[in-house]
Design a protein around this ligand. Structure first.
Ligand code: NAD
Length: 311
């Protein structure tokens, strides 16, 4: 089976490619290397450098299934540069779906996000909660999901949308954990934390996220539904201060922590969600998958891995 992974040079995508290659799939990676890195790409996968914003990006390409993981994942950028997110997340997703329709690909796995729920009032948040994103990034993911659902019903391009919580681990190059590490390298005695420190979110290790992805994909192949959205997260949360402490500990440092809220209600930046906990009942029941590490263990493991990766 020939599988195409967009964003396969990035963080989650490259770990997914490693697993698919290991399991014997023929894997093609399409990535424009905007945030991904060539050295992340498994040497046993075929690598094609193309930009999904170009309508003709898929000319001459063939695959049986596509994992669409390419995106601009920086939520903060989406607030200051909404057009960039519209193009990199909405236009690119439309172009992937169009390529799938025209070239007869019948299965798309779409990397969506917990941010589609915005400031949800039900915790843990189930999949049938309304999509009320508070960031342009979340809006772009919600738009991607709706386009996927329509392509599934109208054109038979079946789609599985996976709404990931915060995923961390080796090769991560964005988000709080990575930012803290970079800041502490520059200034080991002090750490600026965006927000009032009370933000709490669910964390999942990338190995566990990939395992959940493959199990959900296989199950989805068996069921008849054209479209399915599933949360992929953890049973609990870790706070932004837990992350700050975990990174400092992994680096052997004791910095003074300086809190910097960006909004009157203490968010790290406009569009930041302060509390996120997804209900993972559905994926657990459907696939039997469940996370082995809790959020704090996940963050500590990822901090140690990133410190040893980046020195
Ligand atoms: P990442 O930045 O490491 O990977 C994204 C990849 O997409 C990069 O390799 C980048 O070069 C590529 N890319 C971006 N725009 C492209 C374009 N126009 N054409 C071709 N390639 C392009 O990010 P990640 O953390 O690995 O995220 C992977 C997916 O999972 C994204 O869709 C992201 O929105 C989603 N997601 C990530 C998290 C998380 O915590 N990391 C959580 C929820 C959802």
């Amino acid at each position: 089976m020939r599988v195409l992974v967009t964003g396969g040079a990035g963080f989650i995508g490259s770990h997914l490619v490693d697993r698919l290659v290991e399991e014997g799939y023929e894997v093609v990676v399409v990535d424009n290397l905007s945030s991904g890195r060539w050295e992340n790409v498994n040497p046993r996968a075929e690598f094609i450098r193309r930009d999904l914003k170009e309508p003709g990006w898929g000319v001459g390409l063939r695959a049986d299934a596509v994992f669409h993981f390419a995106a601009n994942p920086e939520v903060r950028v989406s607030t200051t540069e909404p057009r960039v997110h519209f193009e990199e997340n909405v236009v690119a997703t439309f172009n992937v779906l169009e390529w799938a329709r025209v070239s007869g690909v019948r299965m798309v796995v779409f990397a969506s996000s917990s941010t589609v729920y915005g400031d949800a009032r039900v915790m843990p948040t189930p999949e049938d909660y309304p999509l009320e994103p508070v960031s342009v990034y979340g809006t772009a993911k919600a738009a991607g999901e709706v386009m996927c659902a329509t392509y599934a019903r109208l054109y038979g391009v079946r789609c599985l949308a996976l709404r990931y919580a915060n995923v961390v681990g080796p090769r991560l190059r964005h988000g709080a954990l990575y930012d803290f590490l970079m800041k502490l390298r520059k200034k080991p005695e002090e750490l600026e934390v965006l927000g009032d420190g009370t933000q709490k979110k669910s964390y999942l290790h990338v190995e566990e996220a990939v395992e959940a992805t493959l199990r959900a994909w296989r199950k989805f192949e068996e069921v008849g539904e054209p479209y399915l959205a599933l949360n992929v997260g953890n049973f609990d949360v870790a706070s932004v201060l837990d992350i700050a402490r975990a990174v400092a500990e992994a680096m052997g440092l004791s910095p003074q922590i300086k809190l910097r809220p960006a909004t009157p209600d203490g968010r790290g930046w406009p569009g930041d969600v302060k509390y996120m906990l997804l209900s993972i009942k559905k994926i657990v029941e459907l696939t039997g998958w469940r996370p082995r590490l809790n959020s704090l263990e996940t963050v500590r493991r990822a901090a140690a891995e990133l410190v040893s990766e980046l020195g």
